[in-house]
Design a protein around this ligand. Structure first.
Ligand code: 6PG
Length: 472
């Protein structure tokens, strides 16, 4: 009997890998999986239950079962495991074989791996995938980067397995090299910002308006029917009603308030700093995850540092309206900051990113999908080089219309001692960005005073230095 040859190989049969295999097989592709852990291999074989899918923990068997040139997808944890897998595979790969790293790899690692594999004419693609387990199974948003010609070899398959919005697949070639992983990193940075903002709103409504979980569920569900419609608002509404399996409480009230992270948000902030692109809401979101982890210190300080006693005594319905506007306003600034970073990075790293396409493939399948992305897409299709969404008429109008809400919400939070740093950051970003004049002249004066760093003037060209009256 002729041995079966598979269209694709999948390395890493954890939840994401397995679900992507099932998704591929649903679309008619044959896939063989490989995992060193035999129990993952068995799970895949048992769950798949058809001959389009197989799995093994024997690398030799895996490689021999693939059609040539081979196409191997890796869905393994980012970091040194990716290098280990590449090094193990490399001796058995030949010219024109293609390796696709679909994990959350750091874009600089993807650049190094590209160089390393180029020497042996093995093709490499860094591909971001978003949507978690369900996305992988039923249609994720896919962010591929690498040589365009190579992408074309797998485009049909990626389009088939991706999420669809109005029949348009949520995947497109984004750019060369590490473009895909860069875009996925910024996607995650935006994800951090949105999650922080939503959790601040939860804090505000719980503490100031005294809302219980059922009321919070109702508010978020209603918001999800309006301009805030998005995946994160939708799951948040449902989180409030989820029962705890161990007690009679809701699970939300039993989860420790200490946020973990795998680092992608931090990477976004780090790269934005190095490119000098301000993304303060994302930076704050990263810092707040870090601060939340200082649980013991926070508990110790709570005992002797009381804030204001003030409770919100106004109209709760009105507060909910302000907070809705505040969230919408802040969410716009997070997308604006992420998109501004992509625009700068595209130039710096020669990715040639088309922001219109990125907004389009984020409309479905991914964690940050939101109805707002359709409008973001329109803004970039009208002005592809837009350096900041705030410069578009449509978005400046939206911010102008919702600024009252955010000012009221922040004011209420400040008076009650509820921390809303990301929301404040969003408002301060807006107020700074719309300021034709900022007090940076004083910073320049100080720099010149203590360090003779010089300054430019606002009334004539040139570089100047003042002999300041320095104190001895
Ligand atoms: C996605 C998610 C996914 C993962 C994050 C979680 O797009 O599907 O972003 O990649 O859930 O990496 O990140 P943290 O563990 O850092 O919160």
């Amino acid at each position: 009997m002729k041995e079966q040859k598979f269209d694709y190989g999948m390395i890493g049969l954890g939840t994401m890998g397995r679900n992507l295999v099932y998704n591929m097989s649903d679309h008619g592709y044959t896939v063989i999986g490989f995992d060193k852990n035999n129990s993952q291999v068995e799970t895949l074989k048992k769950e798949a239950g058809n001959d389009k899918v197989s799995a093994t923990s024997n690398l030799d068997e895996f490689l021999k079962a693939l059609k040539t040139p081979k196409v191997i997808i890796m869905l393994v944890p980012a970091g040194k495991i990716v290098d280990e897998v590449i090094n193990e595979l490399k001796p058995f790969l030949s010219e024109d074989d293609l390796l696709m790293d679909c994990g959350n790899s750091h874009f600089t690692d993807t650049n190094k791996r590209n160089e390393q594999l180029e020497e042996s004419a093995i093709h490499f693609m860094g591909v971001g995938i978003s949507g978690g387990e369900l996305g992988a199974r039923h249609g994720p948003s896919i962010m591929p980067g690498g040589p365009k010609k190579v992408y074309e070899r797998v485009a049909k398959m990626l389009e088939a397995v991706s999420a669809k919005v109005n029949k348009e697949p949520c995947v497109t070639w984004l750019g060369p090299g590490s473009a895909g992983h860069y875009v996925k990193m910024v996607h995650n940075g935006i994800e951090y910002g949105l999650m922080q903002l939503i959790s601040e709103v939860y804090h505000l409504l719980k503490q100031c308006a005294g809302m219980n979980n059922d009321e919070l569920h109702t508010v978020f569900s209603k918001w999800n029917e309006g301009e805030l419609q998005s995946y994160l608002i939708e799951i948040t509404a449902d989180i409030f009603t989820q029962k705890d399996e161990l007690t009679d409480s809701r699970i939300i009230d039993k989860i420790l308030d200490s946020a973990k992270q795998n680092g992608t948000g931090t990477w976004t902030s780090e790269d934005a700093m190095s490119l000098q692109v301000p993304i303060p809401v994302i930076d704050i979101a990263v810092s707040m995850r870090d601060l939340s982890a200082y649980k013991k210190e926070r508990q110790a300080v709570q005992k002797n540092m009381q804030g204001p006693e003030t409770k919100f005594t106004g109209d709760k319905k009105e507060l909910v309206k302000w907070v809705e506007q505040a969230l919408y306003f802040s969410i716009i600034t997070v997308y604006a900051q992420g998109m501004a970073l992509l625009q700068s990075a595209s130039e710096k790293y020669n990715y040639g990113l088309k922001l219109e396409n990125i907004a389009a493939i984020w409309r479905g399948g991914c964690i940050i999908r939101a109805s707002l992305l359709e409008e973001i897409r329109t803004a970039f299709s009208q002005q592809p080089d837009l350096s900041n969404l705030l410069l578009s008429d449509a978005f400046s109008k939206k911010l102008m219309q919702s600024q009252i809400g955010i000012r009221k919400a922040v004011q209420t939070a400040v008076e009650s001692g509820v921390p809303v740093p990301a929301m404040m950051g969003a408002l301060a970003y807006f107020d700074s960005y719309r300021s034709g004049w900022l007090p940076a002249n004083l910073i320049q004066a100080q720099r010149d005073d203590f360090g003779a760093h010089t300054y430019e003037r606002n009334d004539r060209e040139g570089i100047f230095h003042t002999h300041w009256n320095q104190k001895k």
